[in-house]
Design a protein. Structure first.
Length: 234
């Protein structure tokens, strides 16, 4: 089977700054894929290019068979995205945030109610669905963002450091939900997880990882991250 994500020599420059410096990798269907690198290494920039929010300076990539440069609409329909920075509307309830997302992603009206219940149950927020998000804790907000990212049944879910700034207990709870999602929603099908450098040893998730091709000045830190990951993958 063709990889769900295929990236070849992807480059992003901001002026003279090479934020992503010719990265190449592929992700197989069903993989939970960790993407590690120190601050400023280019992780979020790579995700934004794959999500078609930023145009690459050069290189190419396909996601679910669609070209990120020429088939951005199809790529966007194929992905769910949990941003590094929170992006919920805290004045709305959990339900209302999901309704808004469903409109943007053309989730059919007749499946919305069931989908909404499914994803809220999965992240243990069903009983808080009518509460304004402003009353949620940090961990609850992150879980709601994950639920929202899944509402339109994407083929690939990007999670850009979804546990950043959370306490160890909440981080564990979120990774627990991520593993559950892979089993329940994706059923071993296409699934991709992206992380930052925030993993710790308590988060025992097996994953493959990508370290090559990031900004060369970070080579040493990447090696450290690789050791850390090898430990986690056991
Ligand atoms: N819109 C932008 N304009 C100019 N430079 C940018 C822009 N976005 C990112 N950069 C630069 O590109 C580099 C990579 O940034 P990026 O956000 O991708 O890193 P990251 O690996 O996600 O880091 P972190 O772990 O801190 O989230 C950084 O040097 C950053 O300053
Ligand atoms: Mg980032």
């Amino acid at each position: 089977m063709a990889p769900i994500i295929q990236v070849e020599s992807l480059v992003k420059k901001f002026g003279e700054l090479p934020a992503v410096n010719g990265i190449s990798f592929s992700v197989e269907s069903g993989a939970i894929f960790g993407f590690l690198g120190p601050n400023g290494a280019g992780k979020s920039t790579t995700i934004k290019m794959l999500a078609t929010l930023l145009k690459p300076t050069s290189g190419k990539a396909t996601l679910a068979g669609f070209d990120i440069n020429s088939q951005s609409n199809q790529v966007r329909q194929s992905i769910g995205l949990v941003f590094q920075d929170p992006s919920l509307d805290i004045r709305l309830t959990a339900d209302e945030n999901l309704q808004f997302h469903a409109m943007l992603y053309n989730v059919p009206k007749d499946v919305f109610a069931a989908r909404c219940e499914q994803v809220l149950r999965m992240v243990d927020l069903l009983d808080r669905r009518s509460s304004p998000v402003s009353t949620f804790s940090g961990g609850m907000k992150r879980r709601l963002e994950i639920a929202r990212g899944l509402l339109h049944h994407p083929k690939v879910l990007f999670l850009d450091e979804p546990t950043l700034g959370l306490d160890p207990q909440t981080r564990n709870a979120i990774w627990h939900h991520v593993r559950k999602l892979r089993d329940e929603v994706f059923g071993g099908g296409e699934f991709c997880r992206w992380v930052g450098c925030e993993l710790d040893r308590g988060e025992r998730v097996s994953f493959s990882l990508c370290l090559n091709g990031l900004d060369q000045k970070h080579t040493t830190a990447q090696s450290d991250a690789q050791c850390h990951c090898a430990f986690l993958a056991k």
